[in-house]
Design a protein around this ligand. Structure first.
Ligand code: NAD
Length: 362
């Protein structure tokens, strides 16, 4: 039986990297019915929203989506489709594996990290107070009454909200992921020394959950120290679990350790639904040029295959990608040591080479 999967090509380079990925996924032998859905600025005129209800309904029906990046125009009041999808479908766990593949130009070798980012709250809870508003005045009065502190009237305020429920489920997710995938250690990353009530709560829940997984090593590290440790000794870490904003920043840091966004996959997972997408954005200046690297989307496809239980097919697809990267011939400009190298191939040629490689690995 083919899997019904919602396919959101996205915009910018999205359609190119997703169509290359679809070809490779189909060549694994796993059958898919793609339910293609458009979202983003391009559908605004037709539906009055960048994320029409039928797109959400399609993901709810199929349970799984493969998604290309979607542009968020700056300064238009246009809400990010990516953030809206995560919140509407309660995709609370953002999973971002960062692994070095031989042949990717990078300062590091042997990095194999899993970033588990809380996706629904923290500083992304969307509760903000704009400078000069009546709402801010009320907040200033409340803080004065309760804390005895006078906030500067010319301030902007964004709330960081950490709940027990969201902390519990994200830390559990990290430990369950570690257990299922043979990982040895989970590190909770936080700033509990300063943010005593938000990150302090996150840390105390993490300590409590960790006690239920005696088979998995556990420690906690303060975020600033973690950044330094990751740059100095990334091999000391395994699975990391972080509140939303720290997870966002650490994901990009870790993508940098393994050679950049071209090979950084991602998944947004909730209780009922999962959306697989690359970490990178829509890189509009490269749109339509058949130039950018489809491997981050393909590796997101590998995560999707594993999620569906197709471990052998996922392993073969990942091995084909790794071989193509190691050979260094059929790769895009970003995986060449000289980015001006004229032997770099295009997006769709990478898919051709990987399909051919998978056939030879059968
Ligand atoms: P970006 O990731 O699109 O591009 C940054 C740079 O990274 C590009 O100029 C390019 O040099 C490189 N790059 C990115 N993807 C690449 C690939 N596949 N192959 C080779 N090089 C690649 O980040 P940005 O410029 O900050 O964002 C552009 C738009 O994408 C924004 O509107 C942003 O909101 C959106 N965005 C969407 C998502 C998503 O859909 N999940 C994620 C991040 C950014």
């Amino acid at each position: 039986m083919p899997y019904d999967v919602t396919l959101i090509p996205g915009d910018g380079i999205g359609p190119e990297v997703t169509s290359a990925t679809v070809r490779v996924l189909e060549a694994t032998g796993v059958a898919f019915n793609w339910d293609t859905q458009d979202a983003g600025e391009g559908v605004m005129a037709k539906y009055g929203t960048p994320l029409p209800e039928h797109v959400i309904e399609s993901i709810k029906k199929n349970g799984i989506a493969l998604k290309g990046p979607i542009t968020t125009p700056v300064g238009t009041g246009f809400r990010s489709v990516n953030v809206a999808l995560r919140q509407t479908l309660d995709l609370y766990a953002c999973l971002r594996p960062c692994k070095t593949y031989d042949g990717v130009p990078s300062r590091y070798s042997d990095v194999d990290l899993i970033v588990v980012r809380e996706n629904t709250e923290g500083l992304y809870c969307g509760i903000e107070f704009e400078k000069g508003t009546a709402e801010l005045d009320k907040l200033i009065a409340l803080v004065k009454e309760n804390e005895g502190k006078e906030l500067d009237k010319n301030s902007g305020v964004s709330l960081k909200v950490i709940s027990e429920h969201a902390s519990r489920r994200i830390v559990k997710f990290a430990f369950e992921y570690a257990r299922k995938n043979g990982r040895k250690k989970v590190t909770a990353v936080h700033k509990a020394n300063i943010l005593k009530y938000s990150d302090g709560l996150f840390l105390s829940i993490a300590n409590e959950i960790a006690a239920g997984y005696p088979d998995i090593e556990y420690d906690d590290v303060i975020i600033d120290n973690m950044c330094m440790q990751l740059v100095r000794n990334p091999e000391k870490y395994d699975v990391m679990v972080l509140p939303n904003l720290f997870g966002d920043i650490a994901s990009d840091l870790c993508a940098g350790l393994v050679g950049g966004l071209g090979v950084a996959p991602g998944a947004n997972i909730g209780e009922g639904y999962a959306v697989f997408e690359p970490t990178h954005g829509s890189a509009p200046k490269y749109a339509g040029l058949n130039k950018t690297n489809p491997m981050a989307t393909m590796l997101s496809g590998v995560l999707m295959l594993r999620h569906l239980g197709h471990i052998d097919e996922a392993d073969r697809m990942e091995k084909a990608l790794a071989d193509i990267i190691a050979e260094g011939k059929s790769v895009t400009y970003d995986l060449k040591s000289d980015r001006e190298d004229t032997t770099a191939v295009g997006t769709s040629e990478v898919a051709d080479a990987i399909i051919e490689k998978m056939i030879s690995l059968k």
